[in-house]
Design a protein around this ligand. Structure first.
Ligand code: FAD
Length: 325
């Protein structure tokens, strides 16, 4: 089957877009620079333990996304996370009483994007470095020097700064639309402890001064292997100020902060730091998606639709429908 549209990025936005394109009768090809799909919904798996590295949970408000989440839940790809987080201040946790229903991938966050990508043609470890206009649409250039065939249309489903770098110089309207978007970083540490920490809460928004914004006991989420696994997220400002610090130093700084805010006495048996250079959109657009029909170029992602997993899915889904509709 001849592919007629290239989707760059196998995060939730790119995959939702490709799914809608396929449902509308097109033949998408999805490419991603990483070793697997998922983007910021990825899960890191270590020897005998695992942790969700990016998105911690998601909410579902819009009817279209609620229906999709219900279908994923029915298929066993996601589940409600019944544990309510707390606000943590001075080692005291106050329940977050926001009435929010929180969802997680099951048995890991990446289960959702794995399930989506299983039904789509996906090529991984394909970093696109540029898009060249041709008589028949576009050719994508890859980092290894390879080039795609002619594609009548292209969807760019990557964080805004990376999208701007891929757009050809002549795409002035799209460049102008992207310009105001600002994305912020997040240093993350995942850690596995040999003994239970017995902290009395499952996840917390940290309100003490210091580098930590969020901590979560990943092993409490539905379907996870037993153990004592935590995810620590730093504030965006702290992450920006320490963006180029070696991962090992960041890991110990955040682990020390974790011991400080929780009072946990044990040291981890295994840990890893990860830098998300483009974690969140400080100023997302409310356009939903960007589409230049004449050029055959579309853009989607969380930064187009209010940030977060739901926004990313809606952005990709609606762009796919707009292209085929
Ligand atoms: C630390 C952290 C915590 C978060 N917590 C939450 C949360 O609790 N709840 C929530 O709803 N959301 C959360 N989010 C946000 C959520 O993860 C994102 O909004 C959503 O996953 C974005 O999806 P996306 O498809 O738009 O982008 P991405 O997931 O970033 O996907 C883009 C894809 O494009 C690929 N790519 C980039 N450049 C290229 C290239 N040149 N060539 C080929 N491929 C390329 C990348 O490898 C990636 O797979 C969090 C994010 C982070 C980082």
């Amino acid at each position: 089957m001849q592919e007629d549209i290239l989707v760059i990025g196998a995060g939730i936005a790119g995959l939702a877009c490709a799914q809608a394109l396929k449902a509308g009768g097109m033949n998408p090809l999805v490419v991603d620079k990483a070793r697997g799909p998922g983007g910021r919904m990825t899960t890191r798996r270590r020897d005998g333990w695992q942790a969700d590295l990016g998105a911690q949970y998601f909410t579902a408000r819009e009817p279209a996304f609620r229906a999709q989440v219900a279908a994923w839940a029915h298929a066993g790809h996601c589940d409600r996370w019944p544990d309510q987080p707390v606000y943590l201040e001075g080692r005291r946790g106050t329940p977050v009483a926001d009435g929010q229903e929180r969802w997680v991938g099951r048995p890991r966050m990446s289960a959702i994007t794995r399930a989506l990508s299983a039904e789509l043609p996906l090529r991984t470890e394909r970093r696109v470095t540029g898009l060249v206009p041709t008589d028949r649409g576009w050719v994508a250039e890859f980092a290894d020097g390879d080039r795609s065939g002619d594609m009548p249309r292209v969807v760019v489903a990557v964080p805004a700064p990376q999208a701007a770098a891929l757009l050809p110089e002549g795409a002035n309207t799209l460049h102008a639309a992207l310009e105001p978007v600002r994305m912020t970083p997040c240093w993350t540490v995942i850690a596995h402890f040999p003994q239970p920490l017995a902290l009395g809460y499952h996840a917390a928004f940290v309100r003490d001064d210091g580098p930590l914004r969020w901590i979560a006991r990943d092993s409490d989420k539905p379907g996870r292997p037993p153990g004592e696994t935590w995810v620590l997220h730093a504030w965006a400002d702290w992450s920006q100020d320490h963006l180029e610090l070696p991962g090992e130093r960041v890991a110990w700084t955040l682990l020390d902060a974790f011991a400080q805010v929780t009072g946990a006495a044990h040291r981890p048996a295994g840990y890893q730091a990860h830098r998300w250079r483009y974690a969140a959109s400080a100023r997302p657009l409310d356009a939903g998606y960007l589409l230049d029909r004449e050029a055959g170029l579309g853009l989607c992602g969380d930064w187009c639709a209010g940030d977060r997993v739901e926004g990313a899915w809606l952005s990709g889904h609606r762009l796919g429908q707009a292209i085929t509709g």
